[in-house]
Design a protein around this ligand. Structure first.
Ligand SMILES: *[C@@H]1O[C@H](CO)[C@@H](O)[C@H](O)[C@H]1NC(C)=O
Ligand SMILES: *[C@@H]1O[C@H](CO)[C@@H](O)[C@H](O)[C@H]1NC(C)=O
Length: 624
């Protein structure tokens, strides 16, 4: 807390104060957020003040139900950025390259959620007392805009702070997180412009967004395009008839995450990529910048990549218990490109992670937008239902592991033992980010795209029908999301930092011994594979997991493989007391064990609160 900039102490204070009886004198200090009006009137005059669809200040009452969530979300984001982001370095120094890309994605997505919320509502959180004056609206909007720009400035700094050179030599999934991150940033720029700076353009010409932040569009588009180009070389049809390999440096492993990322990033490039005017260091290959009537190029190759990618993934049988995506496939007998073994994806690592159930969801929504095919949405909803079921829902108090959580709360297998690495500390936030995207209401840019393909007009407008069906299905997830958001909130410590294992009240001990068994045949590369990546067991001969593991137990041997361990021990690999020993002696909370509270666990809190905020603030999702 000592390092919080003064202004954020004020915001946090004001949040605390508005929760109790308002103290008008203290709240005056919030004036610091708004520049004095005489100097800015001219500037403010060009801004459109009203967001089109949400309640205006005349019925602030009706917005009360989501005010708390909005406060919690802003608070979570503030803590994440104040504690973990270093502006002078342009990054979160404790992150690693791929988690930083995800953190940037979360910030941009949260800004999109904020800008979709009526600016009066947002500023009523930041500026608790709206003084009665003619300029109240200007003050509110400036406070709102100042808040948005505070964080947007950080994402701009991250463009330069991102480790973009080194990432070009990393694994394909690492690169694809970068693509998603900059596409998310572009989506926010367009949305913020559309909602608040839209200018009617003469003669129906493509509109020109006027918000200053759109000057980041060209660099962001360039980086997204470049990384998508490089990552696309990971698509391979020699093995398994298709699919992306995880890494060019390891034994071929065709895993869920790289393929889901490829699908979601490709369809994202199709829908949102605005074209790339920068030729350095490579010229855009085969790129025709022949835009649709919405001004975007919508290159067919990106759409085809997404369609082919999903077709392969959906037919690959990469699913296990409960229909959840397993981690990935090895190739039986592979010994090198001269001796490729079966060349089939026939050795499944059944390990389950939350993020493998998430990333595909935004891809499925994009595929539906691009093709109009209902099947993509149906596949997405089936997966969501399976995830919810794997948390034990609707049972809210169960303590038994249900496949991907318990008591209705999403949980990583490593949560209960506090053995999560930095990788898996990021996963639940990724799940919620893409799940939120899956159910996100249509934005103006997407409407323009649909109009440019004639799908929302005339005879083919059964589009509206499907959209309403989709939103209605999404509405049914709200209670589960709320339950998970509350579970995340209760892990906050006195500094507002979120913990990894949701549902554990801060500093309250239940004396529990909960276990999270690995699925049969699973190898947890993400938590015990850091030393294994590039060595055992991903390199060299892979006759199958079982013999590999029995010959050469990894560091994780306490995570015994069910079925191989002695009877009675099959399901207690991750007993709490074992994990407890690993932490510092002074630990006094479940979530201070292991790696403890990090920027990655904070991003999980941001993501689940953003989800709840979306569900509460859009009529099509809240059912209001
Ligand atoms: C995905 O696979 C399922 C089951 O095989 C099938 O029912 C569904 O139609 C497939 N989805 C798409 C979009 O082809
Ligand atoms: C959409 O309809 C307009 C007017 O009927 C037509 O000129 C245009 O070619 C159509 N676009 C597509 C993508 O079908």
């Amino acid at each position: 807390m000592a390092t919080f900039p003064f202004i954020y102490i004020l915001i946090l204070l004001s949040i605390a104060l508005t929760l109790s009886v308002t103290n008008a004198l203290a709240l005056r200090s919030q004036d610091v957020l708004t520049p004095s009006l005489p100097q800015t009137e001219a500037h403010a005059a060009v801004l459109a003040h009203q967001s089109p669809k949400l309640p205006s200040d005349s019925d602030l009452e009706s917005t009360a139900p989501f005010d708390d969530t909005l406060r919690d979300l802003l608070d979570a984001l503030n803590v994440m950025q104040d504690n973990y982001f270093e502006f002078w370095q342009g990054t979160w120094p404790t992150s690693i390259d791929w988690t930083a890309a995800v953190l940037g994605t979360q910030v941009s997505a949260t800004l999109s959620s904020l800008t979709s919320t009526d600016s009066n509502v947002v500023s009523s959180v930041v500026l608790p007392s709206i003084e009665e004056s003619v300029s109240a609206i200007d003050r509110e909007f400036l406070a709102f805009e100042n808040l948005i720009n505070h964080f947007f400035g950080q994402t701009s700094a991250f463009y330069f702070g991102e480790n973009a050179i080194s990432l070009r030599g990393q694994a394909f999934d690492d690169m694809l997180w970068v693509v998603l991150g900059w596409l998310e940033n572009i989506k926010f720029q367009v949305l913020h412009s559309d909602l608040h700076y839209e200018r009617s353009s003469p003669f129906g010409a493509p509109r020109r967004p006027e918000w200053y932040g759109t000057q980041l569009r060209d660099p962001a588009a360039h980086r997204a395009r470049l990384f998508h180009d490089i990552a696309s070389t990971g698509w391979d049809e020699y093995l398994c008839g298709g699919g992306m390999v995880w890494s060019p440096y390891l034994t071929p492993y065709k895993n869920a995450i790289t393929n889901e990322l490829y699908i979601s990033a490709s369809i994202g490039m199709y829908l949102y990529f605005p074209g790339d005017i920068i030729n350095s260091p490579f010229t855009p290959g085969g790129v025709d910048n022949d835009p649709f009537s919405d001004g975007h190029p919508h290159h067919a190759t990106y759409l085809q990549a997404a369609i082919d990618g999903y077709k392969w993934l959906n037919n690959s049988k990469m699913t296990g218990t409960g229909g959840l995506y397993a981690d990935g496939f090895h190739i039986q007998g592979w010994r090198g490109s001269n001796n490729p073994g079966s060349r089939k994806c026939d050795v499944l690592n059944t390990m389950v992670y939350t993020y493998n159930q998430g990333v595909i969801l935004s891809g499925l929504r994009g595929l539906w937008l691009a093709t109009g095919s209902l099947q993509y949405l149906q596949d997405g909803h089936r997966l969501v239902r399976q995830v919810i079921q794997a948390t034990g829902w609707p049972d809210r108090s169960g303590r038994r592991w249900a496949g991907l959580g318990r008591g209705g709360i999403l949980e990583e297998i490593c949560d209960s033992s506090a053995r999560c690495t930095q990788n898996s500390q990021t996963f639940k936030g990724i799940f919620f980010h893409h799940f939120t995207e899956f159910c996100r209401p249509i934005r103006p840019q997407e409407s323009r795209f649909l109009a440019s393909t004639n799908r929302t007009t005339g005879l083919r407008s059964d589009w509206q029908h499907i959209y309403e069906w989709h939103q209605a299905r999404c509405r049914t997830y709200r209670k589960w999301i709320e339950h998970n958001a509350n579970a995340a909130l209760m892990t906050r410590d006195q500094n507002g930092k979120f913990g990894m294992w949701w549902g554990r009240k801060y500093r309250q001990f239940e004396g529990l011994s909960m276990t999270s068994p690995l699925p049969r045949g699973a190898i947890d590369y993400r938590n015990f594979g850091d030393q294994a990546e590039g060595s055992d067991p991903l390199l060299g001969d892979l006759p199958g997991f079982v013999s590999q593991l029995t010959k050469n137990p990894p560091a994780s041997s306490r995570f015994e493989i069910p079925g191989l361990s002695s009877p009675g021990h099959t399901h207690d690999q991750t007993r709490l007391p074992d994990g407890w020993d690993d932490g510092p002696v002074t630990q006094n909370d479940y979530n201070d064990r292991g790696r403890g509270r990090t920027v990655e666990t904070q991003s999980g809190g941001v993501a689940v609160l953003r989800a709840l905020h979306q569900w509460k603030s859009h009529a099509s999702l809240s059912g209001v």
